[in-house]
Design a protein around this ligand. Structure first.
Ligand SMILES: NC(=O)c1ccc[n+]([C@@H]2O[C@H](COP(=O)([O-])OP(=O)(O)OC[C@H]3O[C@@H](n4cnc5c(N)ncnc54)[C@H](O)[C@@H]3O)[C@@H](O)[C@H]2O)c1
Length: 249
């Protein structure tokens, strides 16, 4: 199936590794011009190298999505390079877990900044271009964890906030032919997750609650991103896709 995204400009945050890197490679395979953006430039360039080696197109960008000036500079750079932005995938995030009574203000603020404020910064920065184009797709990556998990008050609150942000932006931007949708992954086999102490137990417990009894791969999540970016989803906005193998709790 032709997804209709060939030659579109697709900005992917957190594209240096994990789901974001997989997304960057997959969008490039579909013929998109991929902006692989990460705070770690070496990792963003590594992803870009894989794209170029496979015959794809793109650029690598450095900077923090949680810093307004970095976001504005990144968007200016993309517009100078390509003159358009069709798809924004707000994927970058990180966690910094602690029990509630031990969670510091810094842990709270930093996770809220990257997981929730950053998607706001990025959407705000690309919106004028998308409005002028009368076309845009914003895909926000939240998490099944928005339902609540132990020791993750900051992360769960931020991801729940992403759902509200997405619905607000869907309401506001639909009139401009811009769709805004959210993906909630469950636990996914990325290098970060695999390196977590106790991953096997975590994965086993997750699978007990899943209806499909296997670990999720980054490509499972990326397939949802491709769908929300494709022509097939042009009448879908404000939607939430759980890619959890059927796990909701
Ligand atoms: N892997 C999972 O099990 C899982 C589950 C649910 C949701 N998610 C969500 O999926 C998304 C991707 O997760 P992942 O596991 O691939 O993460 P990851 O940690 O493997 O990769 C995240 C990337 O984002 C980059 N990044 C972090 N902060 C940044 C910043 N301030 N500016 C720019 N780049 C920054 C990192 O350098 C890294 O390359 C995240 O939104 C995450 O919350 C993941």
């Amino acid at each position: 199936m032709d997804l209709g995204i060939s030659n579109q400009v697709v900005v992917i945050t957190g594209a240096g590794r994990g789901i974001g890197a997989e997304a960057a490679r997959a969008f490039a395979r579909e013929g998109a011009k991929v902006v692989a953006w990460d705070r770690d430039l070496d990792k963003a360039q590594e992803t870009l190298g894989q794209i170029l080696e496979a015959g794809g197109k793109g650029i690598a960008l450095a900077g923090s999505v949680g810093v307004r000036r970095d976001v504005e500079a990144a968007v200016s750079r993309v517009l100078a390079e390509y003159g358009a932005i069709h798809v924004l995938v707000n994927n970058a995030a990180f966690g910094d877990d602690a029990p509630l009574v031990e969670m510091t203000d810094e842990q709270w603020d930093s996770v809220l900044n990257v997981c929730l404020t950053a998607p706001f910064y990025c959407a705000r920065a690309v919106a004028p271009t998308m409005i002028a184009q009368r076309y845009g797709r914003i895909i926000n990556v939240a998490s099944r964890a928005h339902l609540g998990e132990v020791n993750k008050a900051n992360y769960c609150a931020a991801k729940a906030g992403v759902l509200g942000l997405s619905r607000a932006l869907a309401n506001e931007l639909g009139v401009h032919q811009i769709t805004v949708n959210t993906i909630n992954p469950g636990i996914v086999r990325t290098e970060r997750v695999l390196a977590q102490p106790g991953y096997e137990g975590l994965n086993e417990r997750a699978q007990q609650r899943q209806l499909i009894k296997r670990a999720a791969l980054p490509s499972d999540i990326v397939n949802g991103m491709l769908y929300y970016a494709s022509v097939a989803s042009s009448f879908i906005t404000g939607d939430v896709m759980y890619i959890t193998g059927g796990r909701l709790t």
